[in-house]
Write a protein that binds this ligand. Structure first.
Ligand SMILES: [Zn+2]
Length: 231
């Protein structure tokens, strides 16, 4: 009688051990053959997270900042960067719906026309637009015009790819003559003595010492937005 009881206990213990072994093996197999979709999702998540990490941009800003501060002491570069950042969000909204009302004050008329044309022909919509960072990547000035090039890292989901991507864009910001009633020539000479004014940002005529700032209307406008292909 005793040996029968012992046999039952031994069988039960053995069954338990076998069950444990089977359970462990089954778990290992299940982990090894993780559903394909789950693996794809993991790859996509890694991809998305990479696209959400701000891309590195041009590191030459300090050099251009020094020159800008000299030529335009009244200009606040950080405010300009905020303007560009806000503009870019609205720019992609305008490309999506073809409505440039929100940005036409900041754009040159050529750029406004280009945005409308692009919206019509490409018909791509952009959602979840996020401007990560804006830096000054170039600055050029001649007698007639000054142009700051901003480089920006922009993240969005486009209707073409339907996934998150982050791209670099160049935004050209130009200080140029806003032709008034008197036209271009009127703005390029001193209204008091007729001397040519050939330096942007000049506030006093070097010939007659009259203040000329108010008579020369120049303004900062965004003149182009380009996809930054290199780098
Ligand atoms: Zn003068």
């Amino acid at each position: 009688m005793k040996s029968v009881l012992l046999m039952i206990i031994v069988v039960l213990v053995l069954a338990l051990i076998v069950a444990l072994v089977i359970y462990t093996i089954f778990n290992k197999i299940r982990a090894a053959v993780r559903p394909y979709g789950q693996i794809l999702q993991a790859i996509k998540d890694a991809d998305d997270s990479q696209m959400r990490t701000p891309k590195s941009l041009s590191g030459t800003e300090p050099v251009h900042r020094d020159k800008l501060n000299k030529d335009f002491p009244e200009m606040n570069v950080d405010v300009a960067k905020t303007i560009i950042s806000n503009f870019l969000s609205e720019y992609f909204a305008a490309l999506s719906d073809g409505n440039i009302d929100r940005i036409k004050e900041d754009c040159s008329s050529q750029l406004c026309d280009k945005i409308i044309a692009n919206a019509k022909t490409n018909r791509i919509t952009y959602s979840d637009v996020k401007v990560h960072r804006v830096v000054v990547s170039d600055y050029k000035k001649n007698n007639k015009e000054a142009t700051i090039t901003f480089q920006a890292a922009v993240q969005y989901v486009s209707s073409r790819t339907k996934k998150i991507s982050q791209e670099k864009y160049l935004v050209l910001y130009s200080y140029y003559l806003d032709y008034g009633d008197e036209g271009e020539n009127a703005s390029l000479v001193c209204p008091y003595c007729g001397a040519p004014i050939d330096t942007i940002g000049m506030k006093v005529c070097p010939y007659c010492d009259n203040a000329i700032e108010a008579s020369i209307v120049r303004t900062w406008k965004i003149t182009d937005v380009k996809y930054n292909t290199y780098g």
